[in-house]
Design a protein around this ligand. Structure first.
Ligand SMILES: Cc1cc2nc3c(=O)[nH]c(=O)nc-3n(C[C@H](O)[C@H](O)[C@H](O)COP(=O)(O)O)c2cc1C
Length: 323
């Protein structure tokens, strides 16, 4: 029997097929390169910023910061939601990290970049964390870098780090998508080694005054991003609400929601505004966020981790304790 997921997959493939002839011209246009020289090769104050809903991107961002510190630099790390962007020009390297959502960088991150002041000559880099092969991760990282370069930053690097997906529709109580289950051991020591190497690579690039060019790849996933995947997925999400009885009013869902769609005073979710990032249900410590997909109750990320007794491997640096 065909499920709605099969239907969605097939429709997007058909529509993707129809769109194929226009892909090359659209994607090939996005060549990301420096418009001018690097401001300085004397690096002292790198800045690592991240948008992170379930902690993977934050963990790697903190490790980048820590590695910069170990290299003798005065590094700063922050969530973009807590960062005062007015002071961004005092940094001499900016690295921005984000999860991949729906085969792209989240719109919230792209919009946030637009609000930055001019970054003329500042070396910039991007990284993404993502939930499995074929996640369009390279292009998502390029999307972020592209935004920073439009602000006149000088591109020096991108990287992509895989971990278990935090996309709750990839699991139900009894069934987990193979791709998600296969990557449940990630991140691991190799991931963290790659993160540290990325930090070292970026520092070397700045010292050499070396910018790089990047371009998006032509992929079917890239094409899917033009077909409004959130819109289609939302068609099957029902009863997204806050359960008044279970809610402990901690405000986590409100903090996590990038579009202010949750009004805790009335226990209401504005489902029209919701961008289906699952930040609310993935992080609610009381299981008070309710949502059904295809007739089944959605289980949030932390509840799923508990249910399956999964534990995150932390880097040796002990990042959280340092804070
Ligand atoms: C709404 C949503 C959409 C996602 N879409 C993708 C995707 O298109 N490709 C992919 O590889 N991973 C996808 N993922 C997985 C996340 O990119 C991955 O779990 C990421 O590391 C989460 O980062 P965070 O913990 O910092 O929020 C998605 C996760 C969510 C919650």
């Amino acid at each position: 029997m065909k499920t709605r997921r099969d239907f969605l997959k097939q429709s997007s493939m058909v529509m993707g097929g129809l769109a194929l002839p226009i892909i090359p011209s659209c994607v090939a246009g996005s060549r990301i390169k420096a418009a001018g020289p690097m401001k300085t090769q004397h690096i002292q104050k790198p800045l690592v910023l991240w948008f992170s809903q379930t902690g993977y991107t934050k963990r790697n961002g903190m490790l980048l910061q820590k590695t910069f510190e170990r290299l003798g630099l005065n590094a700063t790390g922050a969530d973009i939601r807590d960062f005062d962007r007015g002071g961004i020009n005092k940094f001499d390297l900016i690295v921005l990290g984000s999860p991949v959502f729906y085969y792209d960088a989240p719109q919230y991150v792209k919009d946030w970049i637009q609000t930055l002041p001019d970054l003329r000559g500042v070396p910039v880099a991007a990284y993404v964390t993502f939930g499995g092969p074929e996640g369009n991760q390279h292009n998502a990282a390029c999307s972020i870098l592209e935004g920073l370069v439009e602000k006149q930053g000088v591109p020096i690097g991108i990287d992509t780090f895989m971990n278990m997906s935090s996309f709750p529709l990839a699991w139900s109580k009894d069934k987990v998508h193979e791709k998600t289950w296969m990557s449940r051991h990630l991140p691991n020591k190799d991931t963290y080694r790659e993160v540290r190497e990325f930090a070292g690579y970026l520092v070397d690039q700045v010292k050499k005054g070396q910018s790089s060019e990047f371009s998006k790849k032509i992929t079917l996933r890239e094409c899917s991003t033009w077909l409004a995947p959130v819109f289609w997925t939302k068609l099957f999400v029902k009863n997204h609400s806050i359960d008044k009885k279970s809610c402990i009013r901690c405000g986590t869902c409100v903090e996590k929601c990038p579009v202010d769609a949750i009004d805790l005073s009335g226990y209401k979710v504005n489902t029209d505004a919701c961008v289906l990032c699952f930040g609310c249900i993935n992080n609610c410590p009381a299981g008070a966020v309710h949502m059904e997909y295809d007739g089944e109750k959605v289980i949030g990320y932390h509840d799923f981790m508990k249910l399956k007794e999964l534990k995150i491997i932390e880097p040796d640096e002990g990042l959280e304790k340092k804070k």
